[in-house]
Ligand binder design. Structure first.
Ligand code: GLU
Length: 417
């Protein structure tokens, strides 16, 4: 590919097309899987604290629901677009298939800047958006979860709004909720825990000891900050971190707990004592053994991939690498654990939460963590073996497994009517 493709939906479709080609899928199957099944656009008013009414636009996209109910997070961000939500929904379909949980893929988003909104404005926005997309939602049809800038409190409002309309509590309509309303132990850390497991397995395959590895993490939200903690617990030295304000770097290592405290106190990491300031893009090019993009799409591109120093990239974010960068990493022998595998720990524990809510029977944290651990290890090994067998990289290995599972379900269900 000659130029950087920055439209995430085009990236997602290009990745799918390559897998479909290798799998020899029929033209009809390719046409079905390339397009999201359902796309809902909602425009709705929200009363702001100053009394004004503002209009917001939101989306909910279901890509494919042949393996089970639609599943996927909701993000609040000024950068949300229909194509971004389409891409993220498609990636959810493959993600659920890679780890073998019985869901289809979905995603939602609202164009807004949550950092500029008050708590009560966010509550009203969440409740109205939930109402607007409630024609799709339901514990058997479409189950949202947290994503960028949404959290357990937002999930609690979604659960309450949906339940209010029905007249009784329906906790299984959304995951990532607070424990007090049917959330699951371990859900908050689940994505990062999955990142830790696949990083450990990949390092073992590369014959690199965690204690000898330096790690850079881009993004200090739920996934980035907890990954930093868990990777340092694994024995790695964290040398670089960043948030939206910029990055901090110290080749001798950063104390993750000090960084967490500093970020809580100051609202960001800039100025963390003992570190040098670098921009978010400079951070990706600093010396390290392992790079964990845990922020946005399109961070590793044709423009910077040649300067990345890491031996291993673990995609905690969705879609951080463009196909052009992927090609460069391939040529340079850099291992990439792809997003649809690396960050699947979140949706895996969402699945546990949903099962617990449906059964009204709750599991202990050690039970959750050990089931998560075994699903992530098994999935990593299956992807690795598929990649070896097909002499390809881990991304294609994951896609071959996932797309063939979804295609099989789609084939066996047939074309209705
Ligand atoms: N938003 C997360 C993801 O991208 C979690 C989705 C879920 O738990 O349904 O995987």
């Amino acid at each position: 590919m000659a130029i950087d493709v920055v439209n995430p939906y085009e990236v997602a479709v290009a990745q799918f097309d390559e897998a479909a080609e290798r799998l020899g899928l029929s033209q009809a199957m390719r046409a079905i899987l390339r397009k999201p099944q359902r796309e809902l656009i909602v425009n709705f008013p929200v009363r702001m604290d100053n009394g004004d009414v503002e209009m917001f636009t939101g989306y909910r996209v279901q890509h494919n629901i042949n393996r089970g109910p639609a599943k996927g997070g909701i993000r609040f961000s000024p950068a949300v677009s229909l194509d971004e939500v389409r891409a993220l929904a498609m990636w959810m379909t493959w993600k659920c298939a890679v780890v073998g949980i019985p869901y289809g893929g979905a995603k939602g988003g609202v164009i807004c800047d949550p950092h500029e909104m008050s708590f009560t404005e966010l509550e009203r926005l969440t409740r109205r958006y939930t109402t607007e997309i409630s024609i799709l939602l339901g514990p058997n049809s479409d189950i949202p979860a947290p994503d960028m800038n949404t959290n357990p409190q937002v999930m609690g409002w979604i659960m309450d709004t949906y339940s209010m309309h029905r007249g009784y509590s329906i906790p299984a309509v959304v995951t990532g909720k607070p424990l007090s309303v049917g959330g699951s132990e371990g859900r908050l850390e689940a994505t990062a825990r999955g990142v830790q497991v696949v990083a450990r397995e990949a390092l073992r395959d590369l014959r690199m000891a965690p204690e000898d590895c330096s790690v850079i993490i881009q993004g200090f939200g739920n996934v980035g900050s907890i990954s930093a903690r868990l990777l340092s617990r694994l024995g790695c030295k964290i040398v670089g971190l960043s948030d939206i304000k910029g990055g901090v770097y110290n080749p001798d290592g950063i104390d993750v707990f000090a960084a967490l405290r500093y970020s809580k106190e100051h609202g960001n990491l800039v100025g963390l004592p003992g570190t040098e300031f670098v921009s978010n893009s400079e951070l990706l090019e600093q010396p390290c053994d392992v790079l964990v993009p845990a922020a946005l799409e399109n961070q590793l591109t044709g423009r910077n991939a040649a300067r990345v120093k890491a031996r291993l990239i673990v995609e905690a974010a969705n879609g951080p690498t463009t196909p052009e960068a992927d090609e460069i990493f391939n040529e340079r022998g850099i291992t990439v654990v792809p997003d649809i595998l690396a960050n699947a720990g979140g949706v895996t524990v969402s699945y546990f939460e949903w099962v617990q809510d449906l059964q009204r029977f709750f599991w202990s944290e050690p039970e959750i963590n050990s089931r998560l651990e075994s699903i992530m290890t098994r999935s990593y090994r299956a992807v690795h073996d598929k990649a070896e067998e097909q002499q390809t990289n881990l991304r294609m290995g994951a896609y071959l497994l996932a797309v063939s599972r979804v295609a099989e379900a789609t084939e066996v269900r047939g074309v209705y009517p």
